[in-house]
Design a protein around this ligand. Structure first.
Ligand SMILES: [Zn+2]
Ligand SMILES: [Zn+2]
Length: 279
């Protein structure tokens, strides 16, 4: 049974293509999850543009887009996702932080309105269906994929996802800020026993004190949470654009030394979730 995740964008904040961001990649948050016959996209940062070409080439007709939240780095690739301009394709769009704040359709529409973008949401040809839920609810995608959700600690809100398929589980936990010394119970509960956790590792523990209240966490906190929750593997994710290849290579070595289950997500990387074993 196929259950895999591919990283199309691994950055936070803003895309940062440059000769110093070649190894890990410069596109913002976008992941592709294949769970059996189901095609799931996590976030629509600039990485979704490349994924759009793959969807067209492979003739994938229906996808589900799960948004953590609607900060720019998680949605601004959306109007460049080519399949939304095609009539015979469908996209179900979910968000868990706007239930009482206008809903996802109106937020996407305003992000694509004059004079900041020339093509309005209504002009898209694909069949779009919008779903607002409250973070904490469980979503069922067909009868074989269960998606558990949890509210994260982030300005304007964010939603963490746990996708379960064929007895395995992968979690996507970004953007979220921890409180030092107080493991986030929502996160611990969501990730417990998961095969893979993709975690907001924008900062290092050394950098964090200068960014309190900015809504992000550290790879060291991710390792603490994953060890406590008996997770098999953790992907360091949502890299700060100021962290170039040299910096991230150092993080990769330090993280692996601290816990062999940790690795740094790179654009283009595919992880077979069914094949993961404990580190
Ligand atoms: Zn972000
Ligand atoms: Zn954010």
């Amino acid at each position: 049974m196929d259950f895999s995740v591919t990283f199309w964008g691994v950055r936070g904040s803003i895309a940062c293509p440059s000769p110093n961001h070649v190894i890990y990649g410069g596109n913002t948050s976008c992941l592709e999850v294949v769970a059996g016959g189901r095609h799931i996209i996590l976030d629509a940062g600039t990485g979704i543009r490349g994924l759009g070409h793959k969807v067209m080439e492979q003739g994938i007709q229906a996808s589900t887009l799960l948004l953590t939240h609607t900060h720019w780095d998680h949605i601004n690739g959306f109007p460049f996702f080519a399949p939304v301009f095609q009539k015979h394709r469908s996209l179900d769009i979910y968000a868990g932080h706007l239930h009482d704040a206008g809903g996802i359709q109106s937020v996407l529409a305003s992000s694509m309105s004059n004079p900041v973008f020339p093509v309005p949401l209504e002009a898209l040809q694909a069949e779009l269906t919008f779903h607002d839920f409250k973070a904490g609810e469980t979503l069922l995608l067909g009868d074989d994929v269960t998606v558990r959700t949890a509210a994260l600690n982030h300005p304007n809100g964010s939603t963490g996802y746990r996708i379960e398929y064929d007895g395995k589980a992968m979690c996507y936990v970004t953007d979220t800020e921890h409180r030092p010394g107080e493991p986030d119970r929502n996160v611990l509960e969501l990730i417990r026993g998961a095969d893979l956790v993709i975690y907001d590792s924008t900062y290092t523990d050394d950098e964090y004190p200068r960014h309190v209240g900015w809504g992000h966490s550290t790879w060291q906190e991710g390792v603490r949470l994953c060890r406590a929750a008996e997770v098999k593997r953790m992907a360091i994710f949502h890299h700060d654009p100021d962290h170039d290849d040299t910096f991230m290579t150092k993080v990769e070595a330090e993280a692996a030394e601290s816990w062999p289950g940790a690795f740094v997500a790179r654009e283009g990387m595919t992880v077979d979730i069914g094949a993961l074993s404990s580190a």
